[in-house]
Design a protein around this ligand. Structure first.
Ligand code: T5A
Length: 213
């Protein structure tokens, strides 16, 4: 029996393995007969990808934290209306690499911006469609940073990658606080070897969304 699409988000600090996890989730969903749309934030549509460039590119002018927050939500507003909701309406499963929890963790916990403002923006931008399941890939900051650096090679760091470890510690703590209060969030030990991470992700999908299909 097929299932109408799920909205599944992947979260975590840099180098947590979200890109790798997205492939596992996509395979799981396809095996249950749903079409799959894989996307990312900030980005996912041409306009939102253009906003991503502004938000992530390290330039001469430093970006005000409030501007950073509004850019993330500007990209999200476009992404939700132009891609996520239409895909879910066709019955597809949408797998999104980062969503509103990243704003809560990076701009809220990381930058110290007002949580109430973030929730007001989220309530308006999400259009009443929160994720069905969020997989939080959690690992120590030093392991994530080392993985991200190894993958980046000689390419330049983006604005976020230039942040210090203390920033990412706040972001990680922020993500774990969301997991504590939101039942939709499952924490995955992302420091484990890839095969173990894959098993944990499949177990979470089966437990939360059903093993049938
Ligand atoms: N942002 C975003 C905000 O501040 N607010 C917001 O609202 C939003 C939406 C986006 C940036 O924007 C910020 C957060 C980010 O700084 P991004 O494109 O999501 O950036 O970039 P990153 O999170 O930096 O993505 P990465 O590609 O670095 O991390 P991933 O996707 O989590 O990691 P992945 O899968 O590419 O893996 C990294 C490396 O580790 C290896 C992989 O093979 C790869 O080489 N790896 C493992 N190695 C050993 N064991 C495992 N278990 C492994 N899993 C992966």
């Amino acid at each position: 029996m097929t299932h109408p699409g799920w909205f599944i988000t992947l979260e975590g600090i840099e180098g947590a393995g979200k890109t790798t996890a997205a492939a596992v989730v996509a395979q799981w969903a396809k095996a249950r007969g749903t079409a799959v749309v894989q996307t990312r934030e900030p980005g996912g549509t041409p306009v939102a990808e253009a906003i991503r460039q502004i938000a992530l590119t390290a330039g001469e002018e430093s970006l005000a934290p409030e501007a950073e927050l509004l850019l993330m939500f500007a990209a999200r507003a476009q992404h939700v209306r132009a891609k996520i909701l239409p895909a879910l309406a066709t019955g597809a499963t949408v797998i999104c690499d980062r969503f509103t929890d990243s704003s809560r963790a990076y701009q809220g916990a990381g930058r110290g911006l007002d949580a109430a403002l973030i929730e007001t923006l989220a309530a308006n931008v999400e259009q009443g469609r929160a994720p069905d399941l969020t997989l939080l890939l959690d690992l120590p900051v030093e392991i994530g940073s080392a993985r991200a650096a190894a993958r980046r090679g000689s390419a330049a760091q983006d604005r976020f990658e230039q942040e210090r470890a203390a920033f990412f510690e706040r972001v990680r703590t922020g993500f774990l606080a969301i997991a504590d209060r939101e039942p939709r969030v499952v924490v995955i030990d992302a420091a484990a070897p890839l095969a173990a991470v894959q098993v944990a992700i499949e177990a979470a999908l089966n437990q939360r969304l059903g093993a049938g299909g």
